[in-house]
Design a binder for this molecule. Structure first.
Ligand SMILES: [Zn+2]
Ligand SMILES: [Zn+2]
Length: 179
């Protein structure tokens, strides 16, 4: 959704919209496939204008489905983000100064009377996707020896490897006693 700055009414306006996974995917590069899927994305915001400066305040929410980084079962994680932006037309100054002020996260320039709300919402959502999703904070993960999901069942690998270490230690003792 693109906003024409000059068409923002005096008293501001409220926008509410929904986007789907397909819409989100179009923003992702094909070279970097995602390991997650998103449910419906809902966003709402208030747009206000003072002369040429535009203020956008709102929130976006969705649900991420991604394999847990420890146990690999699908995890469903609700995510949401609140944002506040100030947009202004680009200043008539040198390129260097432009780059400096554009570093401010909550501040951006718009060009040709247009603010692209889609890009803004996409950025808000992508920042909320966990790099290492977890099904629960206390997920025990998979056993590195037998691969069993330790949230569901236990295994004897831990005790076995302990016994092996103990056996090695005993052997070491016997050898050293011989000397
Ligand atoms: Zn897990
Ligand atoms: Zn095991």
């Amino acid at each position: 959704m693109k906003i024409s700055v000059s068409k923002i009414p005096e008293g501001g306006m409220n926008l509410r919209f929904e986007k789907d996974w397909k819409w989100f995917q179009d923003f992702l590069s094909e070279a970097d496939p995602s390991n997650f899927v998103l449910d419906r994305i809902t966003a709402a915001c208030t747009v206000r204008r003072m002369k040429e400066t535009v203020f956008i305040e709102g929130s976006a929410a969705t649900t991420v489905e991604a394999p847990c980084s420890r146990c690999l079962t699908m995890a469903t994680l609700p995510v949401s983000s609140s944002f506040k932006y100030t947009f202004s037309p680009p200043p008539a100054q040198s390129q260097e100064e432009w780059e400096l002020s554009a570093e401010d996260l909550d501040f951006a320039y718009y060009e040709e009377d247009t603010i692209d709300l889609d890009t803004l919402i996409f950025e808000q959502i992508i920042l909320q996707i966990p790099v290492k999703p977890l099904c629960t904070e206390t997920c025990k993960g998979l056993c590195p020896h037998c691969g069993i999901n330790m949230n569901v069942a236990g295994c004897r690998c831990q005790t076995k490897s302990f016994d092996e270490r103990l056996a090695a230690l005993k052997q070491f003792k016997v050898q050293s006693e011989k000397q």
